[in-house]
Ligand binder design. Structure first.
Ligand SMILES: [Zn+2]
Length: 512
């Protein structure tokens, strides 16, 4: 029997710290449901004291998920703990996750506290959290740059006070694998109370070492890994879930540990995160990048044909990258659509199904094979974004070699219809100008990129945009068989996210 490594997913909390990655509550709910299906042990749903929006999303997720532990982050103050607890108290398995910095530089310049004061605060907070639930996690922010013996003292005291999980973060992504593994061994050897708690690690990828550091820590005895899907997170991101899980899975001959992750859901989850957040996965990204399983060199192909294992250390099917992806066509009925969506994780009401079914028929008329990615788009755009302020009603564009490109657009703004038209130096420019004028946005378009959702010339075009307004950054994403419509959808999605950020002010952005 191999030992278990618990997977703590923080895509919804730390991952959401990626610039522009803010998600609405419906999107968070969808992602949370998918993460539960993937088999994560703990799902950190947010930081309820940070904003009203975070509180609301955490409470909704906690109320719905039954199998997974739902964690909420809190600083070491009674107010934060109360806020976290109020958000997760109805969860089947709630966990309060509290943190305080333990490095000299953070204690001196950020907290203005002495070492003894930090220990006292940690102990009081863990005890208070423990009075609410017996599932408390304590993190030492900037742990990797903390004095080793002090770190062990804090951990010992936090466990004594009731913490069940102790987390050692490399908050600033500074550690080197061998050094980090040594630190984990040291902590295990010098924290007697750790025999009654699980040691966790939480790494950042500033030096590209998050996965290596996490593996080194597991090898040294850590038994929980804090990770995000696609490694998203602030700056260079967090340790990526898929790399840790597949690393442990593929090299179980070297490291005799295992996880509860159902690996065949890795790829669909990665796609979903990218679709919801608008953060594209780089093609050469390990495990889930578009090229990760593409063996193009001739010599490789010859060997591959004779035996795939000559060059392939993992099978694409293991992560859910199936070869035949055809799912539904023009003649598929409502029942087939419902059961397929259910398999994908969408339990739609009759009304929602009706809406998606008519959109599906429309799409199947334009596109012979409708695949999972297409359905995901229909649901993301048709249902998860219904709380949007701005919605596209219609778009009509004229362009060509002899006319000045012009777009006429009809939108709803909070349910009220508006329409207008404008010119541009191309059809997309014309569409954006019309939309911008109707909405009256002052945002600046920082990035615009187009790709194809799947292979084939009838694939839907996928557009992502990055917008900025008054220091706020939002990503937008849209897909459609028509690239100009996809662009308009992406732009409107970005504007909706900016609107969300403006109306949901963030009161705290701390983390670990
Ligand atoms: Zn972090």
């Amino acid at each position: 029997m191999s030992e278990k490594v618990f997977i703590f997913d923080t895509t919804l909390r730390d991952g959401e710290q990626s610039p522009g990655a803010s998600m609405n509550t419906a999107e968070k709910m969808r992602l949370a449901t998918q993460l539960e299906k993937l088999g994560v042990d703990v799902l950190e749903a947010g930081f309820p004291a940070a904003s009203e929006g975070d509180f609301e999303a955490v409470a909704k997720i906690a109320g719905k998920l039954k199998k997974v532990e739902v964690a909420a982050l809190a600083r070491t103050s009674k107010k934060d703990i109360d806020r976290a607890w109020n958000a997760i108290r109805h969860a089947a398995k709630p966990r309060i996750h509290t943190f305080i910095a333990t490095s000299d530089i953070h204690m001196d310049y950020k907290l203005n506290m002495t070492r003894d004061e930090v220990i006292k605060t940690a102990v009081e907070t863990v005890k208070y959290a423990r009075s609410l639930t017996d599932n408390v996690e304590f993190s030492a922010e900037d742990g990797s740059r903390s004095d080793r013996d002090f770190l062990c003292r804090v951990f010992d005291a936090a466990i004594e006070a009731g913490a069940k999980t102790i987390n050692l973060p490399d908050t600033v992504g500074y550690a080197i694998p061998e050094e980090f593994g040594d630190l984990v061994k040291y902590v295990i050897a010098h924290t007697p109370n750790l025999k009654n708690a699980i040691l966790s690690v939480h790494c950042h990828n500033d030096l590209g070492l998050a996965t290596a550091n996490t593996i080194a820590a597991i090898s040294a005895g850590a038994r929980q890994a804090e990770v995000t899907i696609n490694g998203i997170g602030e700056r260079a991101g967090n340790t990526s879930l898929e790399e840790i899980v597949m690393g442990l899975y593929t090299r179980s001959n070297y490291l005799p540990v295992s996880t509860n992750i159902k690996t065949e859901h890795i790829y669909p989850t990665s796609r979903l995160v990218s679709m919801i957040t608008g953060i594209i996965v780089q093609p050469n990204k390990a495990i889930v990048g578009a090229n990760a399983f593409a063996h193009e060199a001739g010599i490789h192909q010859d060997g591959m044909l004779k035996n795939p294992m000559t060059y392939e250390i993992m099978k694409p099917e293991t992560i859910g990258l199936s070869k035949s992806k055809l799912v539904l066509g023009k003649h598929s009925g409502r029942h087939a659509l419902r059961s397929h969506l259910k398999e994908m994780g969408y339990d739609l009401s009759d009304e929602e199904l009706q809406l998606i079914f008519s959109k599906f028929k429309e799409l199947a008329d334009k596109k012979k094979h409708v695949v999972d990615e297409d359905l995901e788009v229909l649901v993301t755009e048709g249902i998860l974004r219904t709380s949007d302020v701005f919605c596209l009603e219609y778009l009509h564009v004229t362009c060509g070699t002899t006319v000045l490109p012009m777009a006429s657009v009809k939108l709803t703004i909070n349910g009220r219809s508006v329409q207008g038209a404008d010119y541009g130096n191309g059809p997309i420019d014309a569409a954006f100008n019309s939309i911008a004028k109707l909405i009256g946005t002052e945002s600046e378009l920082l990035r615009f990129s187009v790709s194809a959702l799947t292979g084939g010339t009838d694939a839907q075009g996928e557009v992502t945009v990055r917008l900025q307004e008054n220091g706020l950054i939002a990503l937008g994403r849209g897909a459609d068989p028509d690239i100009i419509t996809a662009s308009a959808k992406a732009y409107i999605n970005g504007l909706n996210r900016l609107e969300y950020l403006k109306t949901h002010p963030v009161e705290a952005t701390e983390g670990l």
